[in-house]
Each structure stands twice: as C-alpha cells, then as structure tokens.
Design a protein around this ligand. Structure first.
Ligand code: NAD
Length: 287
C-alpha cells in the first residue's frame, strides 16, 4: 500500500523514490498529491507541507494565478514536480475533465485533498435559496465530484489511496448564523465516514479534517447575509477579519492533514472545539 511503502530501493528492489526533507518524507516522497482550494489558506499550506515531504503536487483552484503561484512555491520548498490547474470544483463536468487530464498526464493521484470551500454567515430566514445553493455547490458538491472522479480512478488502479476532505468544527457543533455552512460541512463529515466504510475494501482510506477558526482569507471573503449595508456591516466584517487573525495558523492544519494520512485517522478535529466555536459565534451576526 502506498502509505506503508518505504523508499529503500537498492539494486534489486523497487526504484528509489526522491526523498523530501519534511518529517513525513518517508511516506510521501514521490507520491502524487492533488489539493483543491490550493491558491491560499489551508490548501496552499497543505500543498507546501506535501511538497516539503517530497511529494509531486497538483495545486487546483478556480483562482488560476493563485494556484500557479502555489505550484511555483511548492517546487521551491521541495516538490520534485508541481503543477497547477484552474478548475471550479462545483462543476461536475470540469472535474471529470480535470481527473481525465491528470490521469493521462501525471497518473492516478495517491492523495486527494478536497479542501476548496466558501463561507457564508447570516440568519437562516435571511438566507436566499441562491446563497444555500452556492454554499452547497462548492462545499458539498465540490467534495462529491472530487471523491467520484478521483476515487473511481483510485479504485480502478487497485493500489489504494487516501482522500482527505476538509469539513469543519462547525460540522458537529451547531451555531447561530451558520446554518448553510454548517450543514454543508456536516454533510462532508458524514460523506467522509460513509466512504471510509465503503471504500476500505478497495484500499482507499478517507479522512475528515475538522478545523476550528484558522487564520486564512475566508473570514474576509465569506458572504454575510442579512446585515444591512452601512456602519454596522462594516464593523461586522472588520470583526470577522480580526477574529480570523486570532485563529490557528494554516500550517498547523496542514501538518494535521499529513499526520492523519500517515496514522489513517477517520475524523480529525484540529483546534479545540470550544476555542474554534467560541470564536466563530463571536464573528457571526447575533440573532
Ligand atoms: P481560503 O478562502 O483562504 O481558501 C479557499 C480556497 O478555495 C481559495 O483559494 C478559493 O479560491 C478556493 N475556492 C473557492 N471556491 C472554489 C471553487 N468553486 N473551485 C475551486 N476553488 C475554489 O479559505 P480556507 O480557510 O483556507 O478554507 C479552506 C477550507 O477549510 C474550506 O473548505 C473551509 O470551509 C475550511 N475551513 C476553514 C476554516 C477557517 O477558519 N479558515 C475553519 C474550518 C474549515
């Protein structure tokens, strides 16, 4: 199995794989790792952590420039090869095409990190159907498309693989004003657990990562619904950004992702729940 393969090689042994320098290099050197939402935040940090471990990295994002920059930097921090792909994970057809292209050009991915996601905060009664759809399309359908397309390739290859889905502490802790986001993440958590049970016989492991508040751009880019324009909204957005800055460093989440694959963990909370959710409830609009 790919995560237990050592890289001793030798004259008669399998070809020696390139070695990375990170703490998990013996597991990931030479492996093919694809990370979605890799243009920034947790995704970029995760791409770097795999790169440091000597993995070949594919950085996927709908932000083409950001993904290209991640790939460029991944090579600098140790990836023997790194590429970027522009793709909207919520577009099933685009994901099918991406999976076919990756398989043809680079091979079957060993580790898939379905990490792309968007934020939405606001009272349930103020949240439009379009807002619900937008969140579910990226946060849930993006993960479904990733698992379907790349998971099928892993199963067909027959050598196993590992899928890591980024859920959230919000997946198992209800909080006001995050109904759409939390529902999308609870679905990702359940999907991950179902797939873990179902795909085990094919040698495919599945992990759900559940971070609390992490210091990334998401608190600045999340849509806030139901808060009227003006001073109140401006203060709310500023507070969200400030609370985001008090979150965990994304590198800690990235390290947890690599450790979760090595240790084959099912569900991994990354920040203490109370910490993450106390912060979360502070920046979401009060009801
Ligand atoms: P981020 O905004 O820094 O990064 C998200 C990335 O996903 C961006 O580069 C964005 O361009 C990309 N993306 C968004 N929609 C996409 C789409 N349709 N197709 C392709 N790419 C798309 O945020 P982040 O905090 O690094 O978020 C990464 C994941 O972590 C998300 O799933 C998020 O829900 C989850 N998460 C974040 C936190 C937190 O506090 N930051 C906490 C728990 C979970």
């Amino acid at each position: 199995e790919f995560v237990t393969a050592r890289h001793e090689g030798g004259e008669s042994g399998p070809a020696r794989l390139p070695m990375g320098t990170g703490p998990y290099a013996e597991w990931f050197a030479g492996r093919l790792v694809l990370v979605t939402g890799a243009a920034g935040g947790i995704g970029r940090a995760t791409a770097f952590a795999f790169a440091e471990a000597g993995a070949r990295v594919i950085a996927v994002d709908r932000d083409a420039d950001g993904a290209a920059r991640t790939a460029e930097l991944a090579r600098l921090v140790g990836a023997p090869e790194a590429w970027s792909e522009c793709c909207d994970v919520s577009d099933g057809q685009a994901m099918e095409q991406l999976a076919a292209k990756v398989a043809a050009e680079r091979g079957v991915v060993d580790v898939l990190v379905n990490n792309a996601g968007i934020g939405l905060a606001g009272a349930f009664l103020d949240t439009s159907v379009e807002d619900w759809r937008a969140v579910l399309d990226v946060n849930l359908w993006g993960v479904i498309h990733g698992c379907r397309t790349f998971g099928r390739q892993m199963a067909e290859r027959g050598q196993g693989g590992h899928i890591v889905n980024t859920a959230s502490a919000a997946a198992f802790q209800p909080s006001k004003s995050l109904s759409a986001y939390s529902t999308s993440k609870a679905a990702v958590l359940m999907l991950s657990e179902c797939l873990r049970a179902e795909l085990a016989s094919r040698g495919i492991k599945v992990t759900a990562i559940c971070p609390g508040i992490v210091n990334t751009g998401i608190t600045g880019t999340a849509r806030f619904v139901g808060v009227p324009e003006g001073e109140q909204r401006r203060r709310r957005l500023k507070a969200a950004r400030l609370y985001g800055k008090r979150g965990y460093p994304p590198e800690k989440v990235a390290e947890a992702v690599l450790r979760a694959v090595v240790e084959d963990r099912a569900v991994v909370p990354v920040t203490p729940e109370a910490h993450g959710l106390r912060l979360m409830s502070r920046f979401t609009p009060r009801l």
